[in-house]
Design a protein around this ligand. Sequence first.
Ligand SMILES: C[S@@+](CC[C@H](N)C(=O)[O-])C[C@H]1O[C@@H](n2cnc3c(N)ncnc32)[C@H](O)[C@@H]1O
Length: 405
Amino acid sequence: MPVATTLKQRSDYTHKYNITSGRHGWLRLTPAYSIKVVEEILALYPDATRVLDPFCGTGTTALCSINRKLSAATTDINPFLIWFTTAKTRNYSKTSVEVTRNACRQILKDLGHKFPVVSPPPIHNIERWWSEASLKFLCEVKGAINNIPLGDEECRDLLNIAFCRTLIKLSNAAFNHQSMSFKDGNEELDLEIDRDAIFTCDIEHILASADEFISETANVYLHDARKLNPQILGSFDLVITSPPYANRMSYIRELRPYMYWLGYLKEAREAGELDWQAIGGTWGIATSRLKDWTACKNYTNEHLSDIVLTISRTENKHAETLSRYVHKYCEDIYEHLVSLTTTLKKGARVHYIIGNSTFYGNLVKVEEIYADMMREVGFDDINIRAIRKRNSKKELVEFDVSAIW
Ligand SMILES: C[S@@+](CC[C@H](N)C(=O)[O-])C[C@H]1O[C@@H](n2cnc3c(N)ncnc32)[C@H](O)[C@@H]1O
């Protein structure tokens, strides 16, 4: 089997996404349809001036906005995504691009003898993620990236982003929605992989769009969206965001290979702690903490009360925990919406791209809950628009819930 085909199969991590080009495609984490949705909404508001995305993720809204010469701010609770979006939305000079290209050449030329080598990160069962040869290569490249002298630290960010692409390409992991599997390594094939070429290709992919000039800046903040601070953020006339869904997806879990290699996670406990701080997080310690969580009842709604009760009465040992999960999710989003209003100009438009979810066959109509919360917080002209079906389950739909402040 040709190596290229195998590598394509290996990067199942991103199989569900239609991968995009340019800076949006730097980490192969941004689905093409997300960009399209943001672009379409931006096009509706030619007079908008300042755009906010309180749930930054990979920075899609921020990048689309500054590409249209709008000023943008974005916040996220995950420091890795803040680092990545900052790097993705800044300007790089032609010199920085050349310095990075030369650094890549030097790293590969001197690999294993000139630069210190890092230890593998403490990822559980790391040998299932990477073959011995790939792990050795990654430890050598990361050690070199950390230590190579560069006049310009921004070049190190570009090297690290390429490194993130390479580590996923070399991995045996296949991510599905809530489960992950590992392919068995094929020793014969492992010998054939040209790792230097993969890293070089990833560097070139990033450098191809790194020096595109962006005339506006994005302000990227490590910030909890439940506590938005207008003194820091300023005020906005447009919000386009895709918050976490109430579907138990953990961004920390999905991003852990990057976060461990780049030092944003040093041990498993930190991952659970971060997930507990995130809205909708439910990985490791975050799940056990739900058992002690009690609602503060800052928000109630008939559908929410019914669904929380129905889920809790399901015959399943996790039913009570999941019922609290949905309830906490809604209380967190309500807290976020209340704090969002402190950053809005009168007449500001908000668009929340949000998916519904099911628990034990019970549909949580998240879009209706968002619309109701918006009403309660004081928004007008609330509108729910179905955008697309999420997968083969016909009841799982993505919506744009919009309103005017
Ligand atoms: C659906 S993703 C956003 C995807 C994004 N549109 C993109 O372009 O990748 C939701 C994001 O919300 C972030 N998040 C979760 N809880 C948060 C909180 N309390 N404050 C700020 N961000 C939070 C997660 O870290 C995640 O990056």
